[in-house]
Write a protein that binds this ligand. Structure first.
Ligand code: GAL
Length: 398
């Protein structure tokens, strides 16, 4: 057994090292199982599992991964990393997508449980609705790792692997401050993620922490949220207050919603809310559609718009000057951290964590990863030199 565990750890360490130089791998189908893996000596097919059910029998799936949707490139990036790391480390694994449905998510979890998983890595579609799914997993003796998005209101979350989401919001807000036009009364359009995603609250909280003083002193004027304008003197907002603002400016993480909201907002405002404007774009998909709308309004003379995820299409937008910045969240690190956790769990060890996140039921031990702000100035260094993407995937880089 010792030998087995050692080789498993070595394999993961090697993969982690290799990943530092790994590009954006091609994605495979959503139901890919790595059960054809040849590294028999690293499968937790018997005593290597921490669970008392004897672990996954040969041919069963050891690590199940559930991601929110294939419709956002962000999650395909994560899928590619998982399949590369887990496959290379010799773990049988399966990635399933919830496609925006909590019901599908629950079915996916049940499917994975029936396939004998020991560890579930799940990025929730809806952070509170996912509680039922992970409770089913826990009841089946599975260790649950919340991936990127915290699952709330349940004790059935063992660990949380995340980027520093507050910093994402701070970076977006600070970018707008640092790149704002001169003067006061500058129109600021706020957009947020889905109200069902705990991260949307954290991102907004981070952005508000830096933007609020500028709104309070009149440097910026919120153009599209009466709730935000009404709360402008409050440095710290309660979750309920953030919820009210998000209720007005949510994109649902959906670029069609983002597009129609942006159109409606520009139609509703007067000329004083146009000219040189600032836009808090919550992520890349929505930032691109908001940018496209603002770019076609003849009364908007210039705009700065933020994003997040370093999606390929947005990296091209940044290079072309159509999106001002993105926040690079290196999915290689997040996936590798989750796999390292899975390895510890399968070995019966306690995974390393560096912080906790309260999910309204408990303090969940968490591993947090830093983010990198990407603009035209450092796009090559951050994304090409780090081999996250290949230069050939973009035009106009030189
Ligand atoms: C968040 C995630 C972001 C973004 C967004 C939309 O939870 O942290 O990276 O992609 O969801 O899917």
């Amino acid at each position: 057994m010792k030998k087995k565990l050692l080789s498993m750890l070595l394999a993961v360490a090697m993969v982690a090292t290799m990943l530092t130089g790994c590009g954006d791998t091609t994605t495979t189908t959503d139901d890919t199982t790595a059960d054809d893996t040849t590294a028999d000596d690293v499968t937790a097919d018997d005593d290597a599992t921490a669970d008392d059910d004897g672990g996954a029998a040969s041919g069963e799936v050891q690590v199940g991964i559930v991601l929110p949707t294939k419709d956002e490139p962000r999650w395909l990036q994560d899928q590619a990393q998982f399949e590369a790391i887990l496959g290379d480390a010799g773990f049988t694994n399966q990635v399933l997508f919830s496609q925006g449905s909590s019901a599908t998510e629950k079915t996916n979890v049940e499917t994975l449980i029936s396939q004998g998983i020991d560890v579930l890595i799940i990025c929730a579609q809806d952070g509170s609705a996912a509680a039922a799914a992970v409770e089913a997993a826990k009841d089946a003796g599975v260790t649950v790792i919340a991936y990127d998005r915290l699952i709330t209101g349940t004790e059935a979350v063992d660990y949380y692997v995340t980027f520093d989401s507050f910093s994402v919001g701070v970076a977006q807000g600070q970018y707008l401050i640092d790149n704002a036009p001169e003067g006061t009364g500058i129109p600021l359009y706020l957009y947020a993620g889905a109200a069902t995603d705990n991260n949307a609250f954290i991102f907004f909280e981070g952005a508000w922490s830096v933007l609020q003083p500028k709104i309070a002193d009149g440097t910026f004027v919120v153009a599209n949220s009466s709730e935000a304008e009404g709360l402008k003197d409050k440095a710290e907002l309660s979750r309920e207050e953030i919820g009210k603002i998000i209720g007005q400016v949510t994109t649902d993480w959906d670029f069609n919603v983002a597009k129609s909201k942006a159109e409606a907002h520009l139609t509703a405002v007067g000329a004083d809310m146009k000219g040189d404007v600032l836009v808090l774009g919550p992520n890349d998909g929505t930032a691109r559609s908001i940018a496209d709308v603002f770019a076609t309004d003849k009364d908007v003379t210039s705009f700065k718009v933020t994003g997040q995820d370093a999606e390929k299409a947005s990296v091209q937008y940044v290079i072309d000057g159509k999106q001002s910045m993105t926040v690079f969240k290196d999915t290689r690190t997040l996936a590798a951290d989750s796999v390292a956790m899975a390895v510890s769990i399968l070995n019966g060890d306690t995974p390393a964590t560096d912080t906790t996140y309260n999910n309204e039921a408990k303090d969940v031990p968490a591993k947090q990863t830093n983010i990198v702000v990407v603009t035209q100035d450092n796009v090559k260094e951050a994304l090409i030199d780090s081999e996250y993407y290949d230069a050939s995937e973009f035009t106009g880089l030189e």
